[in-house]
Design a protein around this ligand. Structure first.
Ligand code: AP5
Length: 222
């Protein structure tokens, strides 16, 4: 990372495809903090071939959510790791009001709290186009888009040279289900953080560099 530790706990909120992963990677390269992507952690478990991973696979391929208790235990373990002592970006967690409440309790036990929730606001049609063209590097979670953000060489990760794949849950029917789940279960979290006075909204339909400029300003100055 290029700058010193921010010691902030930041939640990135937004629909599937809003750009949470894309901007987490930028934040991580710039600021010294850990990146907790629950989606990446779950996909890693699926790839391990464990019994638990086999259960997760079906749920994720249908675009449904994993139980709150499982997710809260996972995030609690991750937040306790030394890498998160200098701050954390939470990408994909919390996703329900019970998860948001539990996160506050977990952080409170060590005298911490969420400092900022950045809401990346986009319309549904925009994310359907984005997810349909997304290519992912599984080991790092880095994402590309065949049109909006292509890799230097087609089908290959810029950094490792390894192959890129399309995520199983980026098929159109699953995308629709993920968007329904987002509207019903996740979007109420926006108000949860707004009421706490820590919500920052960003128009996430613009080019990545413009969005990144806003996120940098929010993270550094507020
Ligand atoms: P998860 O991996 O968290 O998926 P998600 O929230 O659906 O988010 P995505 O990774 O799809 O999108 P993103 O916002 O990161 O967009 P990206 O930057 O890649 O979760 C997957 C599953 O795991 C869930 O469905 C659930 O089953 C389970 N799960 C995870 N967390 C859970 C929890 N807490 N509780 C219960 N279950 C949980 O960008 C998308 C594409 O657009 C890319 O191709 C990118 O290059 C492109 N792009 C990005 N920004 C722009 C831009 N500004 N302009 C043009 N293109 C852009």
């Amino acid at each position: 990372c290029q700058e010193e530790a921010l010691r902030k706990r930041i939640v990135l909120l937004g629909m599937p495809g809003a750009g949470k992963g894309t901007h987490s990677a930028k934040m991580l390269a710039r600021f010294c903090m850990c990146h907790l992507s629950t989606g990446d952690l779950l996909r890693e478990e699926v790839r391990s071939g464990s019994e638990f991973g086999k259960k997760l696979k079906g749920i994720m391929e249908r675009g449904e959510l994993i139980e709150d208790e499982v997710m809260c235990n996972l995030i609690k373990q991750q937040l306790a790791k030394p890498a998160c002592a200098n701050g954390a970006i939470l990408d994909g967690f919390p996703r329900t009001i019970p998860q948001a409440e539990k996160l506050d309790q977990i952080l409170k036990q060590s005298g911490q709290s969420i400092d900022q929730a950045i809401f990346m606001n986009v319309r549904e049609q925009v994310v359907v186009d984005r997810l349909g063209g997304r290519w992912t590097h599984l080991n790092s979670g880095r994402t590309y888009h065949y049109k909006f953000n292509p890799p230097k060489v087609h089908g290959v990760d810029d950094i490792t040279g390894e192959p890129l794949v399309q995520r199983e849950d980026d098929k159109e029917a699953t995308i629709r289900n993920r968007l329904n789940v987002y509207q019903n279960k996740t979007s109420p979290i926006i108000d949860y953080y707004r009421k706490k006075g820590i919500l920052f909204e960003v128009n996430a339909e613009r080019p990545v560099n413009d969005i990144w400029k806003d996120i940098k300003t929010i993270v550094k100055t507020k």
